[in-house]
Design a protein around this ligand. Structure first.
Ligand code: UD1
Ligand code: PEP
Length: 434
């Protein structure tokens, strides 16, 4: 298990380029299974989860060519379905959440798919019911083995259907969309998730020949087509990485410019950081965060304490709440962080409390943060990263803290952040991978 040794208290300075979006990449990579023609994808992040999915696709028989460090060509001409029956496949699929999105494309193109319970962050219950109910509405049959292995098949072809999803699941919507594009007839998906990841997936599928109306809304109408062709696709910059860098700049009092952010795609993210009192300047498509000694939390108009909570898109993404929480520990004022979607994502606050932060964990979903306004610096400790975003929140805390911190289990961070130690060291951080 690798660890980071972090010497905190350095001011960072300079420009940083965000990587391509992790959660978009996982959808787009699964979609290459929908066509026998070549698909070229650029701005692919070099991170553990994405590299594992690329390896899995290669083992499934997809031709994979790396054209440049961040650009790949995929061709799913001869897919080896028998690979799905091997222990290697099961082990690979268990390692990441994104593998769940193999189901839709495999069913649509080959009429059969199977998967163990996928991996990903252990942040509470992560039900897959929306995926299966949606795919069953399209005519697929599910057989459960134990409660952690799923087999699906279709007799003949998938058929379009109307459905109202019980929850706007991100990967669930992606799975259903990828199945519906090759189904016979019309599918309508109401209460569809509409994160930029999904908008990007739908736009790519349209370029491949799919017929999808309502992209960006929660009502998608899909007219199935016989087959899909090849295309080229470029991944958006990772909005979660951009938010993490905004938080890092504020917490360490550093001046940082985040390059080429595709600002219109960030939704409510910049304004949510502004509510923490963080100044952000848009310079063309770059976000400049000036060095700020103090930042003050907003209150509601009547003076009551601010709540920051997660919501499905276009609400605030749950993947940035851990970052908001850590940044609030050095703000002036008080905020309630309400993580509605996941049950075990706030437990990492114990580590921040050990570092000197003033936080009350009210229950598994809510934490009140009383900002220190830099009257007291956090101090370095040894801690372990429980999940990808908590890991980066702890890294931000460590970079702002007095003294040395050790963060164990940084494989969690490597799942979603590309060479984060080297990129932050280039801005003046002191992180050693040991
Ligand atoms: C690989 C990938 O893309 N992972 C992302 C994806 O996971 P994933 O697609 O697994 O997450 P889902 O959108 O299915 O659900 C997330 C959680 O929110 C709950 N829920 C969801 C929708 C809803 O309307 N009500 C509700 O309560 C679900 O029960 C679940 O506990 O979306 C999550 C929610 O943005 C992100 O945190 C993950 O980073
Ligand atoms: C929860 C996340 O990832 P995954 O769904 O891959 O576990 C995340 O990216 O914050």
């Amino acid at each position: 298990m690798a660890a980071f040794e972090v010497r905190g208290g350095q001011k960072l300075h300079g420009e940083i380029i965000p990587q391509g979006a992790k959660n978009e990449a996982l959808q787009i990579l699964c979609a290459v299974l929908l066509s026998p023609e070549p698909i070229t994808i650029s701005n692919v992040p070099n991170i553990r989860d994405v590299n594992k999915l690329i390896e899995l696709l290669r083992d499934l028989g997809v031709k994979v060519g790396q054209l440049a460090p961040d650009t790949y060509m995929f061709q799913a001409e001869d897919v080896r379905l028998d690979y799905l029956d091997t222990p290697q496949f099961v082990a690979q699929a268990r390692e990441l959440r994104g593998s769940v999105m193999l189901l839709g494309p495999l069913l649509a193109r080959y009429g059969r798919a199977q998967l163990p319970k996928p991996g990903g962050d252990k942040i509470g219950r992560r039900p897959l019911d929306t995926h299966f109910v949606g795919l069953e509405k399209l005519g697929a049959h599910l057989t459960l083995e134990g409660n952690d292995f799923y087999r699906m098949h279709v007799d003949g072809k998938l058929r379009g259907a109307s459905m109202l999803l019980d929850e706007a699941s991100v990967t669930g919507t992606a799975n259903i969309v990828m199945a519906a594009v090759l189904a016979e007839g019309t599918t309508t998906i109401y209460n569809a998730a509409c994160e930029p990841y999904l908008q990007q997936l739908c736009k790519m599928l349209v370029r491949m020949g799919a017929n999808i109306q309502g992209i960006g809304s929660n009502l998608l109408t899909i007219e199935g087509v016989e087959s899909l062709g090849g295309t080229e696709h470029r991944m958006l910059p990772d909005m979660i990485e951009i938010g993490s860098f905004i938080g890092l700049a504020a917490m360490t009092g550093s001046e940082i410019t985040i390059k080429d952010c595709q600002i219109p795609e960030l939704g409510i993210i910049p304004d949510t950081f502004r509510k923490l009192g963080i100044q952000l300047e848009f310079r063309g498509d770059d976000i400049h965060i000036p060095a700020q000694e103090h930042y003050e939390l907003a209150t509601y108009l009547d003076g009551s304490i601010l709540t920051v909570s997660d919501h499905t898109w276009p609400g605030f993404t749950p993947d940035l709440l851990s970052i908001i929480l850590v940044v609030a520990t050095q703000a002036k004022g008080t905020v309630l962080i309400h993580q509605k979607m996941f049950e075990s994502r706030l437990f990492f606050v114990d580590k921040l409390i050990d570092m000197g932060a003033q936080i009350i964990l009210c229950d598994p979903h809510r934490a009140t943060v009383i900002g220190l306004d830099r009257q007291k610096q956090l101090h370095g400790i040894t801690m372990s990263s429980p999940d990808i975003r908590a890991g980066v929140a702890l890294l931000i805390a460590a970079l702002s803290a007095d003294g040395k911190s050790t963060i164990l289990n940084v494989e969690q961070i490597d799942r979603g952040y590309q060479n984060i130690d080297e990129r932050l060291n280039a801005l003046g951080a002191d992180i050693r991978r040991v």
